[in-house]
Design a binder for this molecule. Sequence first.
Ligand SMILES: [Zn+2]
Ligand SMILES: [Zn+2]
Length: 367
Amino acid sequence: MSLSARTGRAAVMTAANKDLEIWEYPLPEVLPGCMLVRITCCTICGSDLHTWTGRRKSPVPIILGHEIVGHIVELGAGVTMDSGNNPLRVGDRITWTIMDNCGKCYFCREKGLMMKCSHLKKYGHDSCADEPHFVGGFAEYCYITPGTCVIRVPEELTDEEAAPANCALATVVAGGDAIAIRPFENVLIQGAGALGVYAAALAKYYGCRRIIVADVMEHRLEFVKKFGATDTINSKGRSDDEVIGMVKDLTCGFGADVVMELAGFPPLLPLGLKCLRTGGRLVEIGNAFAGALFTCDASDIVFKCLTIKGVHNYDTVHLQKAIDFLQMTRNRFPFGLIVGERVSLDEINTGLKIAESGRTIRVAVKP
Ligand SMILES: [Zn+2]
Ligand SMILES: [Zn+2]
């Protein structure tokens, strides 16, 4: 790959609710510990859509996109291994954590919460106004900084199978860890988008018994059956009591051991609590935007001795687990089908509209 041009193209958002524009930036000088990557695939995540539509505030100008796969075109001095201790060379295909964390602050060192690092940088979330500019996925290049956990993508995985790992799948793996999903448990998954599809597959892999997925879109409920869902509930037009009754009917009258809220609709949290058995655990992941208010009877939590965990993004270990999971189960689950449509960088605005319509789980941008 020639870098003689020394510039690269990027789709830049200058304001919410406005078409992205293709800008050209000079390629950065690759400093020690850093890498320059030629992006081959970036999938559009729900949070990109939250930012694009203005539901979530962000700095501008910005290059959105964080579910990224690409090939190394330049390695900075001192970079020799990926985070799994595999040697890294120019040309290798890699993915990397959504965040760059310092490893030295209170949260990184003392509390094991690197996603809450005091000096956190997130790909596809920060302004691209200053050098190195290439800090998001809807672009030809990405500049990787030293606090990023980089993973060489196993050869057998396609770009499209690997790309959503660094947000959707790694987050679901973190959620499963947070509430310690165990074999033979009954799980209720709220939401059959990318997170729900991965959660069903992971629950199946963990040996769960009933894997119940609820959503309001029938085509998504059909789709998630390919990923281990044993039962589906179309909650459109159904009362909470009906949904609770259906979950109880499927779980010997007790309710689910575990609920994963992955849809990002606030009233699902109190509904999820009502679907839990006594002693059950709920992990809240979906409502990742401010103002997600809900009403809840606190006695549900007390009388039923419930556990609620919040999970935002993930620790560095979860991305390696996500890639390992894909590699180990790619013959069992059709992960390639999660990407239903593809666009070029120039067609990015079409791609965002398709993603917003919900007609496919993921749209891939191929710069
Ligand atoms: Zn994401
Ligand atoms: Zn830190």
